[in-house]
Write a protein that binds this ligand. Sequence first.
Ligand code: MF3
Ligand code: CO
Ligand code: CO
Length: 265
Amino acid sequence: MAMKQKPKNNVELNKMRAAGRLAAEVLDFITPYVKEGENTLKLNDLCHDFIIQHGATPAPLNYRGFPKSICTSINDVVCHGIPSKDDVLKDGDILNIDVTVILDGFHGDTSRMFLIGNVSKEHQQLVQNTYEAMMVGINTVKSGGDIQNIGCAIEEFIKPKGYGIVEEYCGHGIGKTFHSDPMVVHYANNHPNYSMKLRKGHTFTVEPMINMGTAGNELMDDEWTVRTLDRKFSAQFEHTVAVTENGVEILTESPAGLHYPPYNL
Ligand code: MF3
Ligand code: CO
Ligand code: CO
């Protein structure tokens, strides 16, 4: 069955814009706290309070049993890392913080990478290429196009660099629901199940996970944390986007202009 999504009207799109902006503001807000010696539970608590103070709810908290308000994924953690007092950021780490808020009934979902201290050249390049992969995918989006163009463009960009593209975790439709159709795969494919013709008002995320080594990954015993099989590092960025008349609108653009690291504050 091909995927379907009812396009959002202008009232709904405005609510998506507000939710997306707040999610991006959470990442802007947390940026100066992300440094060596800080633990990820502290980052979680700061984000949680910021979200509540802005009249919103952190969507991950209790979502299918997830215990915290944001996801913090360090180094070889691909996604869904659980914030913990025991996870203390150290020199050379790369960290993804993934924020999803619910504001006025609508979700905004975005993540960025952070570099801790002196990160190796190859890991800096992984992070930069992952940001560019997300943008290459987003830039295929237009009314009348197919959502499968996203994965094709990402693979064309990433494959020559020798990285692995994670296949098990995908972008997703988003709105009143956190995860819905369409499923947005980040690799090249033309299976009819993953095809959807884009229309103005469609909203979804683009969130490629790119591995330094092979694409394989495994779920840890906590049933959330996903690690690379080869324990090489993995990076991810995520935007929530809306299809417009002429192209695409990024709903989670950083108001502070903090697109990818280093974030020179
Ligand atoms: N924010 C993640 C995404 O991009 C989902 C996290 S689900 C959670 O889709 F339960 F782990 F929070
Ligand atoms: Co997310
Ligand atoms: Co998402």
